[in-house]
Ligand binder design. Structure first.
Ligand code: ADP
Ligand code: MG
Length: 285
């Protein structure tokens, strides 16, 4: 989708933690303005893949190119300017929200904070509806507000590539949608390639252009929403699902709900009427 140029090329990477082969011959490309959701069960290598792209881990084989530059040849400040990374379960240190965002400008700041740095931080505060918290300490925020600050910190970097590991996992449905909309708008308007690890398939379907399904460190399928099929989901997660259409969007509905709570079962039993509820509860099934 989109006419953006290739920002990231992952070419046959392999990574092992001692005896565990976490990534095997992983290959894909991502264009500017494109949102890619990485799906797959726990332990399939999603976080490892993002860490390799953020240059926290070094693949044993293969290459990672960012705008045709080999990641290994860039210095860490160049990587920090180009790649915004939000790890899984990140938490902020004690500082004000404003300072926490300003820290994201660090790769750009030479000696002193410039007017431009302050302007960008203020813009992101506005964008994320965090202005009222600017002087609040990060330990006085709710989990959802803190998550927004952490994503905001990656945005002020003005990266070419945004890597977000489960960015919506601690958020309530309203904040999930809000953060996904911001990520989508920023990716499209600034031509950023965004890669998100996600567990909520319906949220992923609603906001992503491309999908990459990992299983045991290998890519099982890659492509647009047409790869989100009952067969692929059975193979990768071991669940039986139906895929229905609601308002022009595919919605994944689990068939075997014997292990879900009664509330979730009610939603699933009447999928069309409750498709919105299903969207937010399905990941708990
Ligand atoms: P995911 O993010 O998809 O849940 P990870 O990338 O975290 O998966 O993990 C992939 C595999 O690597 C798993 O088998 C996991 O147990 C293993 N692994 C992850 N981190 C480490 C580590 N620091 N040391 C050893 N093994 C690890
Ligand atoms: Mg992970």
């Amino acid at each position: 989708m989109g006419g953006g140029s290739i920002i990231l090329e992952v070419d046959g990477i392999e990574f092992s933690y001692k005896s565990i082969k976490a990534l095997k011959n992983v290959k894909f490309k991502v264009k500017g303005g494109e949102i890619t959701a990485i799906l797959g069960p726990n332990g399939s290598g999603k976080s490892t893949l993002l860490k390799c792209i953020a240059r926290i881990l070094k693949p044993k084989k293969g290459a990672i190119l960012i705008e045709k530059n080999n990641l290994l040849n860039l210095d860490s400040n160049e990587v920090a300017k180009m790649v915004g990374y939000v790890p899984q379960n990140s938490n902020g240190n004690y500082m004000t929200v404003f300072d926490a965002l300003l820290l994201g400008r660090k790769p750009h700041i030479k000696w002193n904070v410039s007017e431009k740095d302050v302007e960008i931080v203020s813009r992101v505060l506005r964008l994320m509806n965090l202005e009222k918290y600017a002087l609040r300490y990060t330990n006085q925020l709710s989990g959802g507000e803190l998550q927004k600050v952490i994503v905001g910190r990656a945005l002020v970097q003005e990266p070419k590539l945004l890597l977000l590991d489960e960015p919506t996992s601690n958020l309530d449905p309203k904040n999930q949608i809000e953060i996904m909309k911001i990520i989508r708008d920023v990716s499209k308007s600034q031509n950023i390639a965004s890669i998100l690890v996600m567990h909520d398939l319906n949220l992923a379907l609603r906001f992503s252009d491309k999908f990459l399904i990992l299983r045991n460190g290998e890519i099982l399928a890659e492509g647009d929403k047409r790869i989100i099929t009952p067969e692929n989901l059975r193979e990768v997660y071991g669940v039986e699902v139906d895929i229905i259409e609601y308002n022009g969007l595919p919605i994944v509905v689990p068939k075997d709900v014997s292990n879900c709570s009664s509330f979730e079962r009610t939603c699933v039993d009447t999928p069309v009427l409750n498709a919105k509820k299903v969207e937010t509860t399905i990941s708990n099934c």
